[in-house]
Each structure stands twice: as C-alpha cells, then as structure tokens.
Design a protein around this ligand. Structure first.
Ligand SMILES: Cc1cc2nc3c(=O)[nH]c(=O)nc-3n(C[C@H](O)[C@H](O)[C@H](O)COP(=O)(O)O)c2cc1C
Ligand code: SF4
Length: 486
C-alpha cells in the first residue's frame, strides 16, 4: 500500500495527506506516467507512420501519445534526452498579417525581448481600465477557441465573470494530446510571455486572481521555459498583488500532466488539478459556474489565449482576417509525412487544398488525418473544404487543433485501424461504459469488421464525452476502406 501512497505522493504531494489508501490507489493507478519512465517512446500517429516509412520497429520503452515532435519523428525521450534532438520547425504563413507565428522562429524567451516587440503593451493598457472592456473587445473580435470545439471566448468569459462566487480562476489548457499537433508546444517553449499576457488579460476580464498553466508531461522543456518566464514576469512586476501599480492582483502556477490524453478535456483536467482521477465530469455544472475547487473557471487553449493581447490592441483588425464566423488565423501543423513539414499559419477560410500545396503537394497522398484521433480522415474529395468552423461543421469535418498527418498511397488500413484502436483502449478514461468497454472490445474484435462497426455505433451514441462520441467517425472511414477494398 505504501507503494501506492508514494506514487500518489509523486503526483500531488500536497493532495496525499489525510486520504485513505484506497483513494491513493485509485488516483495513482489512473495516470500512465505517475512516475516518469526512463524511456518514453512516441507512438503517436505521426511517429507510428514514420517508423513504417523507414522500416523501423519501435524501440523498447514506455509508449506515450505523443511527444509533439511530429514534424521530425519517430521520437524517443531517453533519460531526458530527445532522439532525434530538437529539430527546428519550419514556420510559415499564408497570411499577410500573421498573428500567432511571428515570434516562434525567433524564440522570444526573455522579457526584454518580448517587451521590445510590443509585449505587455496590451496588458499595460487593459489593467488601467475595467475588465469589462476586454470582454467588449472579444465580442468585436469574435474569437473562438482553438482547442477543438470553436466555442466563442467572449461568451465563456462573460458566463464566468457573471457566475455567483467570491473567487474565479483561469486555466490554460496546454495538454495538446492530439498526435499531429505541436503548435502549443512551440508557443509555450518559444513565446511564453504571450501565454502569460493572455492569461493575465483573461484573469482581469473575469476578475480572477488565480491562473494555472497546465502542461502535458511529455513537454518538460516547454514547462521549464514557462517556469523561467513566470519568474521573470514576477520579478518585473507583471504578476503579483499590485501589477504595475494598477491595483490588479494575479498569480500563476504551473501544473504538469501525468500522462493522460483525456486530461485535455477540461473537466478531466480540473480533476487532475484537484488531485483526483483524470476522469470526465458530468455536466452541468459547467466549469464556468463550478470549475477548479468549485470556483467559476475559464479553461482555454494555449493558442486561443495568445490571440487575446492582439485583440485588446486592435479588435477590429483581428476580425478583418478570416471569415464572418471564424475570425483570425489558425496555425496548422504538418507532420513529417509531408514534403514540407512544419507549421503554416493561415487565415480562416483558406481551402485545405491550399494548405496541402504549402505542405509540398498532394502527389502520393491517399488521405490526411485532420485534428487528431477525434478528428476526421479526409480523402481527395474533401480537400476543397475551407478551414473554418462553420463550413467544416456543415460537412461533418472536424478541425480539432489543426494538426495534419499525411496518409500515403499504399497505407496499410488494417494496421492503421489497429493503431487507432490501441490508442483508444489505452486512453479511454473509463468513466462511461460505452467507451470504457467499447474501446477494449473493439480492439479485441478488430478482425471482425461488422462487430467493430456495431461497437462504434454504441460508442458514438452513448458515450459521455467527445472522446467516445468522436473517435468512431475516423474509424468508420478506415472500416469503409477495409470493407470496400478502396
Ligand atoms: C478527450 C478530449 C481531449 C481534449 N484535449 C484537449 C487538449 O489537449 N487541448 C485543448 O486545448 N483542448 C482539448 N480538449 C477540449 C477542452 O475540453 C476544452 O474545450 C478546451 O480546452 C477549451 O479551450 P478553447 O475554448 O480555448 O478551445 C479536449 C476535449 C476532449 C473531449
Ligand atoms: S467517452 Fe471515454 S473518455 Fe469520455 S467520459 Fe466516457 S470513458 Fe471517459
């Protein structure tokens, strides 16, 4: 039993006190990486396919999904050292006025460097005005969340600001679990002050004094950069009890994940922060009325938040990019299966085919995975779809977090099905039966395609969260290929 308590203690030292041993076992056994393994082998889709391309088999070690080096996989972290070592990401833009990527190639990790590029100007302006002004700017900009659901940010923040409760909180979702996406890793590691400024503005907008940056276990380098940036911001008076003499108080802490894809779901993430199993919560209540420790809480994606300082400075200019319903830009990640991997920032409304051209063209491409395992697989008949929430929703295409993974002609669909089902069975949080049992049963039944299809129908219709409800769509696409011999 002591072993469980030690493992739990390793997860949340302060949370271990005074809880029964069974509770310790329940929490510690949930997290795949409760004790950091010596060797983490990335089994994310991009690295899985990279090994197939190169005729490699996965080395021994603990399987993780994923290390976020999809542009240069297959990746392994052994005793803290990455293989291949950090490969520079080529960052490009198809917009005359890039919003998210300008500082990524530069790597803006000193406060002086960030200030020299206009950093904290938005905060300096906003902290001297009521937080409601930030909400008004967001309404003009019509910013929508980049974490997958495209939820209007102003509506979420207003709900938290107006919810009853003496205290509120803001949480940055840096879990970035989708294999194929690594933009949040880049932002956290190369533009940390933009995350801090976005979070500070969110706090002021809803009257919160408490911010948390949650970073997945697999991104230790990014977490170290953020911790250093927080120390710099604190020392320079951009965090604390009276920020720059404005009378506004705001404090930020960093929390590190322990290996769970579903902890990217906002209520599972909050459970992790509260030292519980990272299971999805029943809703309502939604986090905006009862989130972290019961406080009204805003949870936002990393990429969402770095847009906020730009909006505070010029909301109308922000809204001029993109489409009516999807304003601004989105950073699309391209895995190593494309001729030109990296990140390309595009205005919303850009056809996917244009992004694929930028990725090096479509020769030899059978399909692409868009938005990770809960996203969509798109064949050539779908490549004309505009990258934008509404047009994609109308065609039942999921943008997710904007990651693209190339599926070459000749892809072994049976092997891809096995890969996807293994991921699903590994990562289901176990909270609801259709997904907890369905993912295990589908993996076992993978040779029996009609049976897999029947299980997916139950999962899609009866699961509690988007994990179980969304996974069936790309899996059915693969089943169509296998059954139709396409
Ligand atoms: C299984 C699952 C995993 C998720 N993983 C992430 C993630 O890694 N990062 C993220 O920002 N949102 C993730 N989300 C979405 C979050 O629940 C939430 O909608 C998001 O953090 C809100 O931020 P946004 O409004 O800025 O997009 C996930 C959702 C589900 C159902
Ligand atoms: S659908 Fe899967 S991940 Fe979501 S709550 Fe149910 S068991 Fe957990």
């Amino acid at each position: 039993m002591d072993g469980w308590l030690r493992r739990w203690d390793a997860i949340h030292r302060e949370g271990a006190a005074g809880r029964p041993a069974a509770a310790a076992r329940g929490v510690a056994s949930f997290y795949a990486l409760a004790q950091a393994p010596e060797t983490e082998v990335c089994h994310g889709t991009a690295c899985h396919l990279a090994r197939i391309r190169r005729g490699l088999s996965a080395p021994a070690g603990t399987a993780v999904y994923c290390l976020g080096h999809c542009h240069a996989g297959p990746a392994v972290r052994d005793h803290g050292a990455l293989t291949p070592p950090e490969v520079p990401v080529e960052v490009r833009t198809l917009t005359g006025r890039p919003l998210v990527t300008p500082r990524l190639e530069l790597g803006c990790v000193t406060l002086a460097g960030y200030r020299a590029l206009g950093g904290f100007a938005a905060a300096a302006q906003a902290l001297r005005a009521p937080g409601a002004d930030i909400l008004a700017a967001l309404e003009v900009a019509r910013l929508r969340g980049r974490g997958g659901a495209g939820f209007p940010v102003a509506r979420k923040w207003r709900a938290a600001a107006e919810a009853p409760g003496a205290q509120t909180a803001v949480v940055v979702n840096g879990d970035e679990g989708d294999p194929g996406s690594f933009i949040d890793r880049l932002i956290l590691a190369r533009d940390p002050f933009a995350v801090i400024e976005g979070l500070l503005l969110a706090g002021h907008a809803i009257g919160a004094e408490r911010g948390v940056i949650y970073i997945r276990h697999e991104y230790p380098e990014a977490a170290a950069v953020i911790e250093d940036a927080l120390a710099q911001a604190q020392a320079a008076g951009w965090l604390g009890d009276d920020i720059q003499g404005s009378g506004v108080a705001f404090h930020i802490t960093v929390a590190r994940g322990k290996g769970s894809y579903v902890c990217g779901e906002e209520t599972a993430l909050l459970n992790h922060l509260e030292h519980r199993r990272g299971e999805v919560r029943l809703r309502p209540p939604y986090p905006v009325t009862s989130g972290l420790d019961g406080w009204p809480t805003v949870v936002n994606n990393v990429e969402t938040l770095v847009n906020v300082p730009l909006i505070v400075r010029d909301a109308a200019a922000f809204a001029r990019q993109g489409t009516e319903g999807s304003t601004g830009t989105v950073a699309m990640c391209l895995d190593g299966g494309f001729a030109r991997p990296g990140v390309v920032e595009v205005p919303f409304g850009t056809p996917l085919s244009t992004v694929l051209l930028e990725a090096g063209g479509t020769a030899g491409l059978a399909a692409v995975v868009l938005g990770g395992p809960m996203g969509s697989i798109l064949g050539p008949d779908q490549w004309d779809v505009p990258v934008c929430f509404d047009a994609m929703q109308a065609r039942d295409v999921r943008l997710g977090h904007g990651g693209l993974v190339a599926l070459p002609a000749g892809t072994d669909w049976a092997s891809l099905l096995r890969h996807w089902l293994s991921f699903a069975a590994h990562e289901s949080c176990g909270r609801c039966a259709p997904c907890a049992l369905g993912t295990q049963q589908a993996l076992r039944a993978r040779e029996d395609l009609p049976q897999v299809r029947a299980i997916l129908d139950v999962m899609a219709g009866g699961s509690l969260c988007a994990f179980g409800r969304s996974l069936p769509q790309p899996l059915r696409w693969i089943l169509d290929r296998l059954e139709g011999g396409r």
